[in-house]
Ligand binder design. Structure first.
Ligand code: PRP
Ligand code: HPA
Length: 172
């Protein structure tokens, strides 16, 4: 039987020289790979009591939506600036060479709700840190963050100290 690592194609020197790019689309485009990825992420949530799943645009949606569907929880999209039509809260955060802004609908999370964060990948942890701040600004409690892939060399976990962070597959 194939493991999840067998479905992830690594592209050397993308998007720039020296980067080993772990391509999530190679998992998605295989029906067994996609199912295995969702199942393995879902295992990380076994026995956990929570209210809401929040996922990061865009690649986080690939997994957050099926997990929310399977577990019969609300799915809250955290989107890039200017996409959400109702009242939002937003946060600016640093990318490697740029700044970005993420938004969440103000009514998407109620004070005291327990929230699980989902994304395909953690690199520097900047995206997830921004999501945590958004959820907490609405009074939600982030009880776990689950990723399909972790790029350990970029030390994202250190940025999320004190939070329960879990990944299905960790690359050095
Ligand atoms: C990627 C990925 C994560 C984030 C991880 O998204 O899907 O959300 O980067 O990087 P970080 O840990 O350094 O923040 P990206 O911002 O490229 O957007 P996309 O999902 O729309 O491709
Ligand atoms: N794969 C996908 N997204 C990424 C990567 C990667 O290796 N590094 C930073 N963002």
């Amino acid at each position: 039987m194939k493991g999840i690592e067998d479905y992830i194609i690594t592209i050397p020197d993308f998007p720039e020289e020296g980067v080993m790019f772990r391509d999530v689309t190679s998992v998605l485009q295989d029906e067994d790979g996609f199912r295995l990825a969702v199942d393995l992420m879902q295992k990380k949530l076994e026995g956990l009591e929570f209210d809401v799943i929040a996922g990061a645009e865009s690649r986080g949606f690939f997994f957050a939506a099926p997990l929310a569907y399977n577990l019969h929880k609300p799915f809250v999209p955290v989107r890039k600036k200017g996409k959400l039509p109702r009242e939002t809260v937003s946060i600016r955060y640093e990318l490697e060479y740029d700044v970005a802004e993420l938004e969440i609908h103000r009514d998407a999370i109620k004070p005291g709700q327990k929230v699980v964060l989902i994304d395909d990948l953690i690199a520097t942890g900047g995206t997830n840190e921004a999501m945590i701040k958004l959820v907490e600004s609405l009074g939600g409690e982030v009880i776990k963050a689950v990723f399909l892939m972790e790029l350990a060399g970029l030390h994202g976990r250190e940025r999320l100290k004190g939070y329960d962070v879990d990944a299905v597959i960790t690359y050095p």
